[in-house]
Design a protein around this ligand. Structure first.
Ligand SMILES: [Zn+2]
Length: 451
């Protein structure tokens, strides 16, 4: 790959409270080699002569956005589950789709879903993957065929992926066996999960392998340490759904006499390499525990809103020292700008006050913290040595015209993303994906699994 130069009208550089005007960014072999602010903080200078060969990026250029929590197949449920019910009735509809997928249809659906993410500025996704086996629980000839389909889907969509291979063994916190559509999630026990996961070599430059505990419902307490140890030995990220529903807390207290966070901590699951997803209903002691152990939290506000989960204590978590990242989870919405501003706006609804998070804090949650949560510590900042992920947002759309660049997270939507560069390679230009017809492929892939 040859070197490339871009001139960003505005770029949001690390540790800056707001974007900088006129920034020259150069990259070679997919890494940023120089970052040069040319003009200071004033109006961008039009047409700097010496930069004739640089690609101009009008608007605001951000580091790559990281979608730290995804279940790709949930994209097929968008708009289909709204009649009634709660999280648990939604889950029944979700299982209907899960039952219909095979490696080929999953590749098609995930490719389209990841391409939609690319269009929205996502350069890396964390796929929390538990559809491991055939519908009745029988492994495929390649027991990692479904994971391999997801790795390939991300490659075809042009983004990086961390495959969070998920251990999912039981249906309830007191050990009910998996039944019906859940059977394909299970490996039998944590050691067999580890054996299968160890046999999978992502083997591709765009992919990393991590681990996940589905939840305290799905992995018996005595087996949690097996999953945690596997991730720890490999230095791999470890994710876990935590306290998304009060019912999970109640069941865990009844079975184990402690909260889910305390149970996970007691079995070595929490720590600096771990990310708790949701953390919508933690106790005050849980919040302290997450902070003290260095555990991160991935908030998924649009999904938590869609599923009527509740509002997580984002500011209290941040005060406790928890690194916050963002995920679109069920893909009811794929728009990291919406996820980011929801972190602030949901706090406003709860407290009836404004000003809980600065725009720069929201930027970090959507970028560097998300990439770090997925094990890519060299991504998410426009800085020398980092991966050349550049996401450019229009400042001249109907939504963003007249908005100061620092206000982008409160104005822009995914539809305002004009250009996306991943590892130095252009994936989206003029708001179009260069290799995937995203609406057409989404429609075809979703029809195939919902008929
Ligand atoms: Zn999830």
């Amino acid at each position: 790959m040859t070197g490339t130069r871009w001139l960003a009208e505005y770029a949001w550089l690390p540790d800056r409270a707001e974007p900088t005007a006129d920034v020259l960014i150069e990259a070679e072999d997919g890494r940023i080699t120089t970052v040069t602010p040319l003009g200071g903080t004033g109006t961008p200078t039009a047409g700097v002569e010496v930069l004739g060969d640089a690609t101009r990026l009008p608007g605001l250029t951000l580091p790559g956005l990281a979608n730290a929590h995804s279940h790709a197949f949930h994209r097929a449920l968008r708009g289909r589950t709204h009649a009634r019910g709660d999280f648990w009735s939604w889950r029944t509809a979700m299982y209907d789709v899960a039952a219909r997928l095979d490696p080929d249809s999953y590749l098609a659906l995930a490719r389209a879903a990841y391409a939609e993410m690319a269009l929205s500025g996502v350069t890396c996704v964390g796929e929390f993957h538990y559809l491991h086996h055939g519908p009745d629980g029988t492994p495929y000839a390649d027991p990692n065929a479904m994971g391999a389909a997801l790795v390939e889907a991300a490659a075809q969509a042009g983004i990086r992926l961390t495959l969070l291979d998920t251990c999912y063994l039981t249906a309830t916190v007191d050990g009910e066996p998996l039944a019906g559509p859940q059977r394909r999630f299970g490996d039998g026990d944590a050691q067999r999960w580890a054996d299968r996961a160890s046999a999978f070599t992502a083997g591709r430059a765009h992919a990393l392998l991590g681990a996940a505990v589905h939840s305290v419902r799905a992995v018996p307490a005595q087996q949690l340490a097996t999953v945690a140890g596997w991730a720890d030995r490999r230095g791999a990220p470890l994710h876990v759904h935590l306290s998304e529903q009060p019912a999970e807390n109640d069941a865990c207290r009844a079975a184990h006499g402690r909260t889910p966070a305390r149970l996970l901590a007691d079995h070595g699951v929490l720590g600096p390499g771990t990310v708790a997803v949701h953390a919508t209903h933690p106790t005050s002691a849980d919040v302290t525990l997450l902070g003290d152990t260095g555990t991160g939290v991935c908030l998924c506000p649009t999904t938590e809103r869609d599923l009527a989960d509740g509002i997580g204590p984002a500011r209290r978590l941040a005060e406790a020292g928890v690194a916050l990242s963002l995920g679109s989870d069920s893909h009811a919405v794929v728009d990291l700008f919406e996820e980011a501003r929801a972190v602030e706006l949901d706090e406003r609804l709860r407290t009836r006050r404004r000003g809980h998070f600065t725009p720069a804090e929201l930027l970090v949650a959507a970028t560097a913290a998300g990439h770090a949560a997925l094990g890519w510590r060299d991504a998410g900042r426009i800085a020398v040595g980092d991966r050349a992920d550049l996401v450019t947002v229009r400042l001249d759309s109907a939504r963003t015209a007249g908005v100061p660049p620092v206000g982008a997270f409160f104005a822009a939507t995914a539809a305002d993303v004009a250009s996306v560069v991943v590892d130095g390679r252009q994936v989206v230009a003029d708001g179009r994906h260069l290799s995937v017809d995203v609406p057409r492929e989404l429609r075809t892939a979703i029809e195939a699994v919902t008929r």
